[in-house]
Design a protein around this ligand. Structure first.
Ligand code: COA
Length: 334
């Protein structure tokens, strides 16, 4: 158990809402197919705003809710697999925009599991008594990776950002990170791929560039073996939540909420059945937001808190899964 408390959350969603009907105007699909196979009715897509901007907006709201001044932030972690720049990191851009001059800043890419990895990392930083506040922001413009001619992919994803301010919990607080269970399965990385820039310089011999490790990816557009990802997701979602619960020595029924990464309603439902969770424990915003990669869990958390549905002392499990492959669950008392 680590004494950590979430003291503020924030989020940002672009104004542009793309419905399933609008999707049907660019690819051969239907509202009926998308809702029945995924639970998604609409998604927000960037109206032009970059990943760093969404991160800053979410962070500002999170810090306002936490009542923390920018000078008090010691660490900024941005989780993103859709940054605007290779360099500088999105976290450094956020630092400049916020004026959080004493923070150390870096990006973390664990794909859709990024937020859970960052929460685990924040708790470890907070064991160092010189660190008082860690700002985690998950910001994703997944639309940048999507081929809007590929109907099996483009209907799934949305854009947005969520932020969480973490602090060390006081002796009087019940708040704590009770357990985490992270994992990676790099041997199955080919099921979800987006390629980065290729090697290109004037001194390369003809044909010297190695072929794509995962097949024949010519550019950055996302490829996915949907059914393989589906099976992986159901397995790791259920098993990692159950492992955190077992590690913490609590019963699943004691959890007020389980927040799965929002990828597909059918994944969440199947995992809930596998772990024998009650439907009312499972949080879903998939219908309105689609899959916003690492932002999906903090977007749900922020909504729960702002709508007054999460109380101090409530026990919550979160679980991410995604490209890598990566997965991770965390169990905490809010
Ligand atoms: N609209 C209409 N038809 C579509 C479609 C769309 N948007 N996308 C695919 N189809 C078609 C396919 O072409 C296929 O047609 P065919 O039978 O004539 O070949 C048919 O629907 C079934 O495709 P299939 O891929 O078997 O569907 P599915 O039930 O597995 O659902 C996913 C596809 C992508 C929704 C599902 O596999 C999934 O959600 N996987 C996990 C993806 C995920 O969460 N990724 C991110 C993880 S972080």
């Amino acid at each position: 158990m680590q004494r950590m408390k979430i003291i503020g959350t924030g989020s940002y969603l672009p104004d542009l809402v793309v419905t399933n009907q609008m999707m049907a105007s660019v690819v051969e699909t239907s509202d009926e197919w998308i809702t029945s196979r995924t639970g998604i009715s609409q998604r927000h897509l960037s109206s032009g705003e970059p990943t760093w901007f969404m991160a800053v907006e979410a962070a500002r709201k999170g810090m306002e809710a936490a009542g923390v001044l920018t000078e008090a932030i010691d660490v900024i972690i941005v989780t993103t697999c859709t940054p605007d720049y290779y360099l500088p990191s999105t976290a450094c851009i956020v630092q400049a925009e916020l004026g959080a001059s004493k923070a150390i800043c870096f990006d973390l890419n664990a794909a859709c599991s990024g937020f859970v990895y960052a929460l685990d990392m924040a708790a470890r930083y907070l064991q160092d008594l010189s660190i008082e506040h860690v700002l985690i922001i998950a910001s994703e413009n997944v639309s940048k990776l999507v081929d809007y001619g590929d109907r099996s992919i483009c209907v799934l994803f949305g854009d947005g950002a969520g932020a969480v301010v973490c602090a060390r919990a006081g002796q009087e607080d019940d708040s704590a990170l009770l357990a985490t269970q992270l994992g990676s399965e790099g041997q199955n990385g080919q099921v979800l791929v987006s390629r980065a820039l290729k090697i290109s310089h004037p001194f390369l011999a003809d044909g010297a560039v190695w072929p794509d490790r995962f097949g024949s990816h010519e550019d950055h557009t996302l490829t996915m073996e949907g059914q393989e990802v589906f099976k992986f997701a159901v397995r790791v979602l259920a098993d990692s939540v159950l492992e955190t619960v077992a590690k913490a020595g609590v019963d699943l029924a004691q959890l007020r909420y389980i927040i799965p990464h929002q990828a597909n309603e059918r994944i969440s439902d199947a995992a809930a059945r596998r772990m024998k969770a009650e439907p009312e424990q499972i949080i879903s915003r998939i219908a309105d937001l689609g899959n916003t990669s690492s932002a999906s869990i903090p977007l749900c958390l922020d909504e729960l808190i702002r709508s007054g549905r999460l109380d101090r002392g409530d026990m919550v499990a979160i679980c991410g899964f995604g490209a890598g492959l990566t997965y991770g669950a965390a169990l905490f008392v809010y």
